[in-house]
Structure formats: structure tokens, C-alpha cells
Design a protein around this ligand. Structure first.
Ligand SMILES: *Cc1c(COP(=O)(O)O)cnc(C)c1O
Length: 229
């Protein structure tokens, strides 16, 4: 029987070890705990173990959870939306989240910009890129990133921070690194001030750190295997 606190400690140890190998300061990598499908009680356990940033993929589930955890607001919980985003859900996301990692079209970014409340800080945004080129995958194509990034960066109330990808799963670390490297090269080629590479999940966080990830999105290794209703 493992606990969320013990899992978090193990994940932090993996991150620290990978940072040593990569020759990077451990503070250069942030950990996002992906709490989708898990109840507010699991988030509370992670908060008690020191975790503050959480990732969610389903809008209504996330908004309910944010409300259930309103008593923790003084601890500075930071909510990141990382799932597919339809235009009819942008308002809830603009009102409840600090970050959105999954912007893949300008129309969605324009709606988020229009709906972000003026009294909130700018919404921090990443553009999701389909680095493997699989037709079924979310994200814009690599060839579209430059024009989309420039258009998003020009919108009010949003702050473009970088790029996000979910590569094709692979057991082979060389293959994992190749896909993460595509995202890093894309970011570098834009010639924009983008400080964020949102990449790396439970099974490939080491490869992501080697390729410059600044924001890991870790679910299973912290909360356990998800069961979808
Ligand atoms: C669910 C999810 C994760 C977490 O994946 P794990 O393999 O459980 O660590 C990361 N990123 C996105 C976009 C997700 O939807």
C-alpha cells in the first residue's frame, strides 16, 4: 500500500536524479500533479505533502474540484488545464484556471482572451503541438506553430509561455528523447521569449528532463492507475 505522499517523494527523487544526469538545476523543472479522475480528497493529500500545482483534463470535473477545495485558496493552489478544449467550455477554463497547456487553434485562444476576467492575472498559455504527426493526435502541426504562436502572443489577457506535447508512447528512451527534442527545437526556432516546455509524463519524465522540459505533467506515478467511469 503506497500513499500519495510516498509517491510524490519518489517522483521528486526521480526528477532530482534525472536533473543530476542532465546537468540541470532541480529548480529548473516544475512538477504538475495530474489529478484528473481523482477526488478532491486525493488533491488534499498531495497538498499536505507540499504539492501546489495540479493538472486537470475534464472541465466540469475540474471546476467542481476547484470549488470543493476553495478552503485551501490561501495555500496558493495553481490549476492547469491540460485536456482537449472545445469552444463551449472556454469560459469556465478562463475563469477557473491559471494555465492552459492545450491551445491548438487561434479561435480557442481568442475566446480565452475575451473571457479572461480583468481582475485575474493573465492566463498562462502553452500551444500544444502534435510532434508525432499521428492524424488522431491533438495539437497543431509543427508547420503551424510559428504563425499560431505569434497570433496568440498578440492577444490581450493571455501570456504565451511555451509549447506542450504528448508524444507517441514508447518504451525506448532514445525514441522518447527524439520526440521531446522536436518540441525543444521548435521552441528554439521561433525566436520568441518562451520559457516553458510542458513535456514528460509518468513513464518518460527522465527523457523529457534530458531534452529540456521545464514542466512535467505526472498523474499515475503520484495518484496511481486511473479508472475511467
Ligand atoms: C493524463 C495526462 C497526463 C498524466 O499522465 P500519466 O501517464 O498518468 O503521468 C499528462 N498530460 C496530459 C495531457 C494528460 O492528459
Amino acid at each position: 500500500m503506497t500513499s500519495i505522499a510516498a509517491n510524490l517523494q519518489a517522483v521528486r527523487a526521480r526528477i532530482a536524479a534525472a536533473c543530476v544526469i542532465a546537468g540541470r538545476p532541480v529548480e529548473s523543472v516544475r512538477l504538475l500533479a495530474v489529478s484528473k479522475t481523482w477526488p478532491a480528497a486525493s488533491v488534499r493529500e498531495a497538498v499536505a505533502a507540499g504539492q501546489r500545482a495540479f493538472g486537470e483534463s475534464y472541465v466540469q470535473e475540474a471546476v467542481d474540484k476547484v470549488a470543493e477545495l476553495a478552503d485551501l485558496v490561501e495555500l496558493g493552489l495553481e490549476w492547469h488545464f491540460i485536456g482537449p478544449l472545445q469552444s463551449n467550455k472556454t469560459r469556465l477554463v478562463a475563469e477557473n484556471f491559471a494555465w492552459v497547456h492545450s491551445v491548438e487553434r487561434l479561435k480557442i485562444a481568442e475566446r480565452l482572451a475575451a473571457q479572461r476576467l480583468p481582475d485575474l492575472p493573465p492566463l498562462q498559455v502553452c500551444i500544444q503541438v502534435n510532434v508525432s504527426g499521428e492524424a488522431s493526435k491533438s495539437g497543431c502541426l509543427p508547420a503551424e506553430v510559428s504563425s499560431l504562436a505569434r497570433a496568440v502572443a498578440a492577444l490581450p489577457r493571455l501570456r504565451l509561455r511555451g509549447l506542450m506535447a504528448i508524444p507517441e508512447p514508447s518504451e525506448d528512451q532514445a525514441q522518447q528523447r527524439k520526440q521531446f527534442a522536436v518540441l525543444r527545437h521548435l521552441r528554439d526556432s521561433l525566436g520568441m521569449e518562451l520559457d516553458t516546455l510542458s513535456m514528460g509524463m509518468s513513464h518518460d519524465l527522465e527523457a523529457a528532463i534530458m531534452e529540456g522540459s521545464t514542466l512535467l505533467r505526472i498523474g499515475t506515478a503520484i495518484f496511481g492507475e486511473r479508472v475511467y467511469a
